[in-house]
Write a protein that binds this ligand. Structure first.
Ligand code: NDP
Length: 323
């Protein structure tokens, strides 16, 4: 028997979807879920700021124009607090969602809650893309692909053979560090504000180093023998707010080859402004966001990420401009 509240719930869901192109949904909305096509979603907390829905929906619409298989595919967003993640994963699987993206704070939490993990996610210990299988969710991690592709595209930088100075020791830094080691960078130097978190990351990376020199240092005391010509990658949150100071003073490093900041909003952080003033090539994190998204959509649709990325890039730029 249907619960008595089903009617109002369906009306509420319908009006949310009709009144906004990308409404913020909650688990309550799943009780009356009735999207007739293929459903995809991103889960986060908070999630209102995410530009993934317009990015994916524009690309799905473009695909559907030439391939009727993709008509009716739609990407939704759900605000899911960490305590509800386990229920959300079960419910979304039961409602036959084909794929999910996970963003803060779910990437590490979900790692232990999925049925299986792909090779892209295992060494990172975090998942950002889930594919529905009959047995549960299969977890992937497309952030490493996104970063490596973005570095090549925006700065002409290949991680293989590069000296890397990586700032941060959180989830994004962990994924970036694993990617650097897997691609056999020449050396990896990690800097983080909190020594304890830096040491934890160094311990996690030790078995993956495979002969690549890895070391850690305090951002306010860079060692004098750091390599010149390194690519500096910011994977800290320092710069998300205009008032944040830069995570490192670039003038205290041997002259780097280039500077990449994973932050894309604001588009030019204090770190990137300093890179520019020093005449260093720089790029923000928008290309990484686009390429990790394109790889996720490839996993769900089977269409090559390289074909999807240009539409995503245009949609992401438009969404940021209107934010
Ligand atoms: P976490 O919360 O896991 O880690 C945050 C990191 O930033 C820690 O190393 C923390 O250092 C450091 N940090 C925070 N505030 C400051 C500060 N004021 N000064 C110096 N260091 C600071 O976050 P994530 O790793 O998930 O994300 C980090 C950044 O990367 C975010 O800005 C996120 O938006 C961005 N990102 C971008 C992606 C993209 O596609 N472009 C993808 C993923 C992430 P401590 O240990 O001392 O606390």
């Amino acid at each position: 028997m249907r619960p008595a509240i089903a009617g109002p719930l369906i009306e509420n869901l319908k009006s949310k979807i009709e009144n906004s192109a990308d409404p913020v949904l909650t688990l309550r909305d799943l009780a009356s879920w009735s999207h007739p096509g293929v459903s995809l979603a991103v889960l986060g907390h908070p999630i209102g700021h995410s530009i993934s829905p317009p990015m994916h929906n524009a690309t799905l619409a473009e695909l559907a124009r030439t391939d009727p298989r993709f008509a009716g595919w739609k990407y939704f967003r759900f605000d899911v607090p960490p305590a509800d993640l386990s229920d959300a994963l079960k419910l979304l699987h039961a409602k036959k969602f084909r794929g999910l993206n996970l963003t803060l704070p779910h990437k590490v939490l979900a790692f232990d809650q999925v049925a299986a993990v792909d090779d892209s996610a295992r060494p990172v210990g975090a998942v950002n893309t889930l594919l529905r299988t009959d047995h549960g969710w299969l977890g992937h991690n497309t952030d490493g692909y996104g970063l490596a592709t973005a570095l090549r595209e925006t700065l002409g930088c290949k991680l293989a053979g590069a000296h890397v100075i990586l700032l941060g020791a959180g989830g994004a830094a962990r994924g970036a560090a694993v990617e650097c080691l897997q691609q056999r960078c020449a050396s990896l130097s990690l800097a983080n504000r909190t020594r304890e978190n830096l040491d934890a990351l160094l311990a996690l990376l030790a078995p993956l180093a495979g002969g690549v020199p890895v070391r850690g240092f305090a951002p306010d005391a860079p060692p004098v023998d750091l390599p010149a010509g390194a690519v500096v990658i910011n994977a800290t949150s320092a710069g998300l707010h205009e008032t944040d100071s830069a995570p490192i003073d670039l003038q205290r490093l041997p002259r780097p080859a280039s500077v990449y900041d994973m932050i894309y909003n604001p588009s030019r952080t204090r770190l990137l402004r300093q890179a520019e003033s020093l005449g260093l090539p720089w790029a923000n994190g928008l290309a990484m966001l686009v390429h990790q998204g394109a790889k996720a959509l490839e996993i769900w649709t089977g269409v090559a990420a390289t074909r999807l990325a240009p539409t995503m890039q245009t949609a992401a730029t438009r969404a940021l401009a209107s934010n």
